[in-house]
Design a protein around this ligand. Structure first.
Ligand code: SF4
Length: 43
């Protein structure tokens, strides 16, 4: 069985966890408001 892909990349090869670069984050919380799948970013 072929491995599932996302945009041509094997899904298992993708790190799906959001990461925040805290040197750039200003805690505006737009990322929490924006996500249509309710992925909660722990800030
Ligand atoms: S709170 Fe989220 S959207 Fe706002 S600057 Fe930080 S990471 Fe980016």
């Amino acid at each position: 069985m072929a491995e599932e892909t996302f945009m041509g990349v094997p899904r298992s090869a993708i790190d799906w966890s959001p990461r925040i670069d805290y040197s750039k984050c200003n805690y505006c919380m737009e990322c929490v408001k924006f996500c249509p799948h309710n992925v909660r970013v722990k800030i």
